[in-house]
Ligand binder design. Structure first.
Ligand SMILES: NC(=O)c1ccc[n+]([C@@H]2O[C@H](COP(=O)([O-])OP(=O)(O)OC[C@H]3O[C@@H](n4cnc5c(N)ncnc54)[C@H](OP(=O)(O)O)[C@@H]3O)[C@@H](O)[C@H]2O)c1
Length: 364
């Protein structure tokens, strides 16, 4: 069977998990999904890109990283110090992009994804930055090139949200989404619901390793805004800029506000929401929005909201994430699961890769 030729850019927590899974589950992945993968190139910031047309040896790669040796010492490889040039020269069937792309300009992932799509490669990515800042452009480029661009790990870190929407809910028209999309913030709010103030709850999250030493991206809402922008592009086909998301973080929330909400039978949650509205502010169906009969816009908000306890999102606590998807039918679908973690992010990429492998004609 002809292997799927994979270029793996970013060989940190997520990239290594994916490579290890492809190695240790090789026989099962072939038996279950007919998927055989050869990792033909791997890149990091420090090591540049290495390439081997027959496929790199995964245990050797993992050992080189574990023993802090340069990847270029892998036997019989061609080496590029410039990763983009290496990718353009060596290509592959699929790019798996797992660099630490920033939310400010989406780089380096954005350039790598653009280059791969432009040369007709499928792409799976775990990086929020490129998809948040240029999601619609990249999805359009993929469509024009006749390839897939999948990004399950960018929202709820691999808990299957995007595939639920794209495949499981195919044929429905989604008009609104609400979600709790940041586990760090949710664990802080859960701690505040037990009587702690913001500073205590943040310190506890930092001590437990849930919050970064500089928690700004989480607590000011940047991370949730990025995921909201990805959903706007992937689910609603609308390109929003970060400034178009009405945003309020959680840093000014007080213990008193949380207790007042509690007394009213409510829980304060940091909620991301997207909904289609007519220009007069009334809610419209997706069908109406698509007809174009009524001018509509996609309202995007990330803010603390006091939710009644009857709202399923009110009962999502700690590191859990959840998303409620409202279609044109009265039924709403909820997906609940972890929103962070090495396993989840790698698993989301693996699921995306399997979906692509299934769609690629096999040559036996
Ligand atoms: N970890 C999670 O739980 C999780 C969950 C969901 C999504 N994600 C996303 O997945 C992506 C990867 O996360 P991670 O945790 O694996 O990050 P990580 O451990 O910091 O690894 C990042 C990797 O990307 C490489 N890299 C950085 N700049 C590069 C460049 N210019 N060219 C090529 N490679 C470059 C790094 O190389 P060096 O080692 O040489 O610096 C490293 O190998 C991030 O965008 C992250 O937001 C992570």
């Amino acid at each position: 069977m002809k292997p799927l030729r994979l270029a793996l850019l970013g060989f940190g927590t997520v990239g290594q998990w994916l490579a290890e899974a492809l190695h240790t589950q090789r026989a099962w992945l072939q038996h279950e999904y007919g998927m055989v993968v050869a990792i033909i190139s791997v890149a990091t910031a420090h090591d540049g890109l290495i390439y081997q047309s027959d496929g790199l040896d995964i245990p050797t790669l993992l050992d080189l990283v574990a023993t802090r040796q340069p990847l270029s010492t892998h036997r019989k490889v061609t080496h590029w110090t410039n990763v983009l040039e290496g990718l353009q020269a060596t290509g592959g069937d699929v790019l798996a992009e797992a660099t630490g792309a920033t939310l400010r300009n989406g780089e380096p992932g954005l350039s790598y994804i653009r280059a791969a799509l432009s040369q007709g490669m499928h792409v799976v990515t775990s990086s929020k930055g490129p998809m948040a800042l240029a999601g619609l452009e990249l999805l359009s480029l993929a469509q024009a090139q006749g390839v897939q661009l999948r990004m399950e790990s960018t929202v709820m870190s691999g808990t299957p949200v995007l595939s639920t929407i794209r495949e499981g809910m195919a044929g429905t028209r989604i008009r609104a989404i609400r979600g709790i999309l940041n586990g760090t913030v949710n664990s802080i709010l859960s701690a505040m619901a037990t009587g702690r103030d913001y500073a205590e709850a943040l310190a506890q999250a930092q001590a437990q390793g849930y919050a970064e030493a500089d928690p700004t991206d989480d607590v000011e809402g940047d991370d949730t805004v990025a995921k909201t922008l990805i959903l706007a592009a992937a689910v609603f086909g609308r390109a929003l800029a970060p400034e178009q998301v009405e945003r309020c973080g959680v840093t000014t929330l007080t213990r008193e506000q949380v207790q007042q909400a509690d007394a009213l039978g409510k829980r304060i949650k940091h909620v991301a929401s997207l909904r289609l509205l007519a220009t007069d502010g009334t809610e419209v169906s997706r069908a109406t929005a698509e007809d174009g009969a009524v001018p509509t816009f996609l309202e995007a908000r990330v803010e603390p909201v006091a939710l009644p306890l009857g709202d399923p999102l009110a009962r999502i606590d700690g590191l859990l994430n959840a998303i409620a998807i409202q279609t044109d039918t009265p039924a709403s679908v909820m997906v609940i699961g972890p929103g962070a973690g090495r396993f989840q992010a790698g698993q989301g990429m693996l699921a995306d890769l399997i979906a692509i492998a299934k769609s690629v004609p096999k040559t036996v």
